[in-house]
Design a protein around this ligand. Structure first.
Ligand code: XBP
Length: 264
């Protein structure tokens, strides 16, 4: 049943949202803004996908300092570009590692002949910096498709980024599972018809994950089992290809059969 896994990046492959938060605060100071996104505030701001959109939404009070919307948006873009540069530096300096079990799951999926892809609302360069620092040089060949905000402008919860991945993979959504960390990510993948496993973290554990195939606190390892938040793991102690496939088969049994296209 399972033919492909699509990975979200931030918060799923690695706990990068804290690094994003530090990068935002660093450039706010650089730009002379007295903004300070605390962890508690950032948790609420993550309801807006996309760092540029997050800045614009939070900084709407700043708008009147500018003579036009265009000038305000130019400021936001400049601020976000500076943040992306700082984020890349922090990622490299800070040695941000993949979340527990992610490397094992990627290796198992490859050994099982599954297709891998990435769907992120963040910049492609952010995903590449993270994976350049955590996977061997040939990792780019491991992912058949990488869609990001550079290729799909509309951010999650829109299904656009997942629909773009499905189109390029040419695999029916019923054979695909997404891994996500936020409600927006779950809504995006679900709207694209893709069953979704959620791994929570400090910024998203209170999100509403209704509709997920499974909600756990991490992918887990044999010696570091996950904690199940919602769903049935059938005795498994960590997320494996076998468990994901079982969840997908279960979902298929619950769903009506795909509409048979009337032959031309
Ligand atoms: C997470 C996001 C991004 C990051 C910040 O993307 O919504 O906006 O929070 O990165 P995903 P940018 O979970 O889809 O990987 O500043 O580059 O947007």
């Amino acid at each position: 049943m399972l033919k492909a896994l699509i990975f979200d990046v931030d918060g799923t492959l690695a706990d990068t949202e804290e690094v994003h938060r530090l990068a935002f605060n660093h450039v706010f100071a650089e730009f002379g803004l007295d903004w300070n996104w605390t962890p508690e505030l950032y948790e609420t701001l993550l309801a807006t996908s996309g760092g540029r959109e997050r800045i614009a939404a939070y900084g709407h009070d700043l708008r009147q300092r500018f003579s036009s919307e265009r000038e305000f948006q130019q400021f936001v873009v400049a601020l976000h570009r500076a943040k992306t540069r700082k984020y890349a530096a922090l990622l490299t300096e800070g040695e941000v590692r993949l979340r527990p079990g992610i490397r094992r799951l990627i290796d198992s999926a490859r050994s099982a002949g599954l297709v891998l892809a990435i769907a992120t609302s963040s910049a492609r360069s952010n995903a590449e910096t993270l994976l350049d620092n955590n996977l061997p040089p040939g990792w780019r060949d491991w992912f058949s498709v990488v869609e990001s905000c550079d290729s799909v402008a509309v951010k999650k919860p829109s299904p656009a980024v997942y629909e773009a991945v499905l189109r390029k993979l040419g695999i029916a959504e019923r054979h695909v599972v997404a891994l996500e960390d936020t409600r927006n990510g779950l809504l995006s993948a679900t709207a694209a018809g893709i069953g979704t496993v959620v791994t929570t973290h400090r910024f998203t554990r209170d999100n509403d994950f209704t509709g997920a195939l499974l909600v756990v606190d991490s992918v887990g390892e044999a010696d570091q089992p996950f904690t199940v938040v919602a769903g049935d793991v059938h005795g498994h102690r960590y997320l494996s290809i076998e468990l994901i496939d079982q969840l997908l088969v279960e979902q298929a049994m619950l769903l009506p059969p795909p509409l048979v296209r009337a032959s031309a």
